[in-house]
Design a binder for this molecule. Structure first.
Ligand SMILES: [Zn+2]
Length: 502
């Protein structure tokens, strides 16, 4: 049996052979750009290496100057290519200080433009230059901030796929057009932020403020900040689930008690909480809160058909889970449950005993945390009310003398675009030209709230154009981007801009 890696290699070899014939369908302009991208490969890998070397971790206040260095790096790499980028300051970060107690500024948003040959189309490119934390002790095979080129083609380092790789890939795309002597047929507008991994603080207000200024006249938005579903098939993403996160706090006795002294004499918050939590969802994922299913958009035959074409097997899911704990038997059911139906997950209990050993405490106050991944057409305000009513009713039925508080901690709305609009059409053609296959049209179970903000504020279509694979391990140890995906991703971006302008 082939290992995953060697079968991937075989697959890549097949792909590369395939490309040569497909490229012949590209225009001569595009072929010149593609061959320039091949020529510049060492330069492009070096650029990514330099980007990875700056540990721009937005969640570590003591590294805030690294975010400013990273912003400066992007500016200095782009400006010789004719991109004017302005560093937009956002003020101080709310409630966060360095270890010395000093307030810290939010990382700047890089906003700018590049004039193309002018087909009239104006495309906004969004990306982020901050990364997740990474330490060698987390299980990295090498220093996370030193890009390593593995013999099998993997580029390993923090941020290679999320999201420095795609951001640098856009810069590379512009360089390739320029050096190939081909004009980019669209105008570009950039919005590159440095707080994505920490809740995109400041970005929403910035978009609202710029929609009538710097972002005026934008025709479409392209976001490259997600991944293929698997490792073989390129995808375009047209939907994301939202998330509404809740907490249920139950408080009882005035302080933690010993069960030997008080067990059997008092209503226990932890017992109440487990009863209430158990009434939220069944073990096979059915949400028990009445009224939610009724808000979910009905499946149309057209949408159902999109799932039939997707290259995904139940074994892919088992591989990702690490064993067979799947709820569903067919890949279609599994994908629909991940992308187009809501899901309720219970995440943890604050205040409960959770260490090894056998402590006989009765916790005085506990908070259960759960979230619901939301989908079209769930109304978030109505959802909150249904959740509150259901939890209060469940608790009331216990006849406990404890106190209940249920609240929403945060919410981000779902997004779904039209996979047949011009923005997706250009990306579909680009993918076919570069990879020689029609991309799968996919949705994602996770959330990128800013996709929806762009669409709602600018009232223009958003496209998600991922370049990395499903096994890249964004946010994990030994995050990687395959060299073939990096280089083909740059070509796909180039072809996308080309077709969007035609
Ligand atoms: Zn990201």
């Amino acid at each position: 049996m082939l290992s995953l890696r060697s079968s991937t290699r075989l697959f890549c070899a097949k792909r590369l052979a395939y490309q040569r014939t497909v490229y012949s369908q590209a225009s001569s302009d595009l072929k010149r750009v593609f061959s320039k991208i091949d020529d510049l490969k060492p330069r492009f890998i070096k650029r990514l290496k330099d980007a990875v070397a700056i540990p721009s971790v937005s969640s570590e206040p003591d590294r805030r100057n690294e975010l400013f260095r990273m912003a400066q790096f992007i500016k200095s790499e782009s400006e010789p290519l004719g991109v004017t980028l302005q560093q937009k300051e956002l003020g101080l970060q709310d409630g966060v200080t360095t270890s010395k107690g000093e307030p810290i500024p939010l990382p700047p948003i890089l906003q700018g433009t590049l004039k193309g040959s002018g087909s009239g189309k104006r495309i906004l490119i969004y990306g982020h230059y901050d990364v997740q934390p990474a330490n060698l002790e987390d299980g990295w095979s090498s220093d996370p901030f030193t890009l390593v080129e593995k013999p099998d083609g993997r580029l390993v380092g923090r941020g290679v796929t999320d999201d420095k790789g795609p951001v640098i890939a856009w810069i590379n795309t512009i360089q390739a057009f320029k050096e190939a002597g081909v004009e980019i047929p669209v105008d570009l507008v950039f919005c590159i932020e440095g707080m994505e991994e920490s809740g995109s603080e400041g970005l929403e207000d910035f978009i609202k403020q710029e929609k009538s200024k710097g972002f005026k006249g934008v025709d479409g938005i392209c976001i490259s900040d997600n991944y293929w579903v698997g490792i073989k098939q390129p995808v375009l993403t047209y939907g994301l689930r939202g998330v509404s996160y809740y907490s249920i706090t139950i408080s009882g006795p005035s302080e933690d008690l010993h069960s030997g002294l008080f067990g059997g004499t008092t209503y226990e918050p932890m017992i109440d909480l487990t009863h209430v939590l158990s009434r939220l969802v069944t073990p096979n994922g059915k949400i028990l809160i009445p009224g939610i299913d009724e808000m979910v958009a009905l499946l149309t035959p057209e949408e159902s058909g999109l799932y039939d074409k997707i290259t995904f097997t139940i074994n892919d899911l088992k591989d990702a889970l690490g064993n067979d704990t799947t709820i569903h038997e067919t890949p279609k059911e599994a994908l629909m449950s991940r992308w187009r139906y809501p899901a309720l997950s219970i995440h943890g209990v604050e205040g409960a005993f959770s260490s090894p050993g056998a402590k006989t405490v009765i916790p005085a106050k506990v908070s259960g945390k759960f979230s619901i991944r939301t989908v079209p057409d769930i109304d978030l305000k109505k959802l909150d009310q249904l959740v509150f009513d259901h939890v209060e009713k469940s608790f009331a039925s216990l006849n406990s003398k404890n106190k209940l508080k249920v609240e929403l901690i945060h919410a981000g709305k779902w997004w779904v675009g039209d996979p047949n609009n011009w923005n997706f059409e250009a990306a579909r053609k680009a993918t076919e030209t570069v990879w020689g296959v029609e991309p799968d049209m996919t949705r994602e179970g996770g959330s990128i709230p800013i996709a929806l903000t762009f669409e709602e504020e600018l009232k223009k279509p958003v496209l998600l154009l991922p370049i990395g694979r499903g096994d890249d391990g964004a946010h994990s140890a030994s995050e990687k981007l395959d060299t073939v995906n990096y280089i083909q991703g740059i070509k796909t971006m180039a072809a996308y801009l080309y077709y969007a302008g035609k």
